[in-house]
Write a protein that binds this ligand. Structure first.
Ligand code: 5GP
Ligand code: ZN
Length: 311
């Protein structure tokens, strides 16, 4: 939502949806925009979605890996996240000094002064894209035929907003392939089609469109145009507010080429730098798109959708 004086019709529609979610108890608000608790019903839909995603991608026979929501700062430094998305990043800091400094910190806090000066960046950062911790573990030569991975976890993006579709901390399920360039491109295209069909089967009015990531600053504008020109990333969007907005991305299929594989020196058996591709599902966004489409009362959702999700 843009912080303009007069809210637009779209802002009002988003606020209304947020109020509806809070009133139904599906989301529980906190004092910070974009940080919510989720109800048992919300989590039942997440669990159903998680299961059908696993089933839809079962043919991949992917290696299942789960990473925590933080990963090494040294690995973060090997990505260019701080160059492309400084405003979305989250660096963890903590206290590392002794008693004297602690007393100073507490005195400052007592006086209502800022005490961040006594904290130092820790050796972990918040995970922004859940495939980054994976890439960091793949340095070296891949098995022949490449590798396929099934990931799930929380991602953090520092973008406080009253739009309930824009959370600061949210779950993603990602299916990643790393291998030869041709295989990566084929993987992206094949599994994009599967993903569109799966989401459509839940009654969502999905559409696949070229992505437009919010790269930061002047250099970022060039990255946006390269992403569009080379059709590297496709988003699966769902319109939620009629004519007011073209739609929100609930999933994306991304051909990263050698973007991360180069950074982490990941090679195929022929010694070439590997290419990566991933299909990522925004779990909360998909549940919210289902709620927007079928209503806040899960009991009233279409029978076939309930059956698919095991509700
Ligand atoms: P990407 O890495 O493509 O930006 O994000 C992958 C998926 O995560 C998106 O397609 C979307 O479903 C979800 N996602 C991205 N940003 C947000 C956000 O701010 N809030 C929520 N709830 N999901 C997001
Ligand atoms: Zn990814």
């Amino acid at each position: 939502m843009t912080d303009v004086l007069a809210p637009t019709a779209l802002d009002l529609a988003r606020l209304e949806f947020r109020d509806e979610l809070l009133a139904s108890g599906l989301l529980v608000g906190t004092s910070v925009p974009g940080i919510y608790g989720r109800s048992g019903d919300f989590e039942r839909v997440i669990a159903g979605l998680d299961r059908i995603l696993g089933e839809a991608f079962a043919a991949l026979d992917a290696t299942v890996l789960r990473f925590p929501p933080v990963y090494p700062r040294a690995d973060f430094e090997r990505t260019d996240y701080i160059a492309s998305f400084p405003d979305l990043s989250g660096i963890v800091s903590s206290f590392e000094d002794g008693d004297r400094e602690h007393r100073e910190l507490l005195a400052a806090r007592e006086e209502g002064r800022a005490y961040e000066g006594w904290l130092k960046p820790a050796d972990v950062v918040l995970t922004n894209a859940i495939c980054h911790p994976l890439y960091a573990t793949l340095e070296g030569t891949l098995p022949s035929g490449g590798g396929t991975y099934d990931l799930s976890g929380y991602g953090f993006r520092h973008e406080p907003s009253f739009d309930p579709m824009r959370l600061q901390s949210f779950r993603m399920r990602e299916f990643v392939f790393v291998g030869t360039p041709d295989a990566a491109q084929l993987y992206r295209d094949t599994w994009l089609d599967t993903s569109v069909a799966l989401l459509a089967s839940l009654g969502l009015a999905v559409q696949a469109v070229p992505a437009n990531d919010p790269f930061f600053g002047r250099a970022g504008k060039m990255l946006v145009s390269a992403q569009l020109r080379e059709n590297l990333k496709v988003e699966i969007i769902v319109p939620l507010y009629g004519d007011l907005h073209e739609g929100t991305a609930i999933a994306s299929a991304n051909c990263q080429r050698d973007h991360l594989t180069h950074a982490f020196d990941i090679r195929t058996t022929d010694g070439e730098v590997a290419h990566g591709a991933c299909v990522a599902f925004g779990m909360e966004r998909t549940v919210l798109a289902l709620v927007r489409t079928h209503g806040t009362d899960l009991e009233a959702w279409p029978v076939d959708v309930r059956a698919l999700l095991g509700l």
